[in-house]
Design a protein around this ligand. Structure first.
Ligand code: HPA
Length: 318
């Protein structure tokens, strides 16, 4: 038998620790950015696991980022929420930074929704606006895939062409429109933080094609893409980026704006989760239909055959 890679052994150990607590299998994972903390009150929670309870798991140090996995249901859809993420600027290596996303995927999440607060670079943006991420620039932070490739979860040189799933992005935009929540689509650029940018850096980012800037999401999307997990990203523009309107930036303002937009952001997120499962059901149906002609050969339906949407019982924590 082939030996497992070191990275996989570490991830597997965390999954096993979680599996000792619960056999809950999420279909959708969500990373809750600033302003979305209260989404945890919207879902029917069945259990929480603080990151600090998991040996070898990074624990966020940012005030206001609690750091726990929350398991529960949006309607009948089993979801796992990351309430608090781990940022590169806290001093963790990239393996630790993206560990929570990888764990959500290994627990069963087929789709992950990444959310964040970001500074608006595009001049028509304004605080309170949502931005569905179409693509990103991650060239200013190290790749989370540097180091020995974890063969068990993905290939050495993964494609990043469609890193943010187009259908998911269209779904996000459609749901926001239905709810009359202002939204645009655009390119997210990740910096390491924790300092905000200089006005000249923002000018450069604009020239490069960035519409918004933040400190978290691109590397998470890379790790998910590496695993073949579909993801979408939604930024909440909490402030205009440095130099755009001469105002100085501070974290309190970012938090204030995030809280002010919380209720509409939560509504969009709720509808997107429901929409994702409907979308996956449709895709599952289409795949089944496509395999119909060959009546006697039961064709495998490419990754979705383990989804059973009628069988979503609450699984009690042990
Ligand atoms: N820059 C970087 N990250 C951010 C910003 C910003 O202006 N606003 C919220 N997160």
């Amino acid at each position: 038998m082939e030996e497992v890679t070191q990275g996989y052994a570490i991830l597997n150990d965390i999954v096993e620790q979680i599996r000792k607590i619960t056999n809950f299998v999420p279909k959708v994972g969500v990373v809750l950015g600033s302003g979305l903390g209260k989404f945890t009150e919207d879902i029917r929670v069945i259990g929480k696991i603080p990151y600090s309870k998991l040996n070898g798991f990074p624990v966020s140090t940012v005030p206001g980022h609690n750091g726990q996995f929350i398991f529960g249901y949006v309607n009948k859809i089993p979801v796992v929420l990351m309430d608090g993420r781990v940022h590169y600027y806290e001093g963790y290596d990239m393996f630790s930074v993206v560990m929570p996303e990888r764990i959500m995927a290994l627990l069963g999440a087929k789709v992950v929704i990444l959310t964040n607060a970001a500074g608006g670079i595009k001049s028509s943006y304004y605080p309170g606006l949502l931005m569905a991420i179409t693509d990103h620039i991650s060239s200013f932070v190290p790749s989370p895939l540097i180091g020995q490739n974890i063969e068990e979860i993905g290939t050495r040189f993964p494609d990043m062409t469609n890193i943010y799933d187009e259908e998911l992005k269209n779904l996000v935009i459609r749901k926001a429109h239905e709810l009359q929540v202002p939204i645009r689509e655009g390119v997210y650029l990740q910096t390491s933080g924790p300092n905000y940018e200089t006005p000249t850096e923002i000018k450069m980012f604009k020239t490069l094609g960035a519409d918004a800037v933040g400190m978290s999401t691109a590397v998470e999307a890379i790790a998910l893409r590496h695993m073949g997990v579909r993801c979408c990203g939604i930024s909440l523009i909490t402030n205009m980026a440095a130099g755009i309107n001469k105002a100085e930036l501070n974290h309190d303002e970012v938090k204030r704006e995030a809280d002010a937009a919380s209720s509409r952001f939560r509504k969009v997120l709720w509808e997107v989760i429901i929409g994702i499962v409907e979308m996956m059901k449709e895709e599952e149906k289409a795949l089944k239909e496509a395999s119909q002609p060959k009546k006697d050969t039961k064709k495998k339906n490419e990754g979705y055959d383990d989804l059973n949407f009628d069988d979503m019982e609450i699984i009690k924590f042990k």
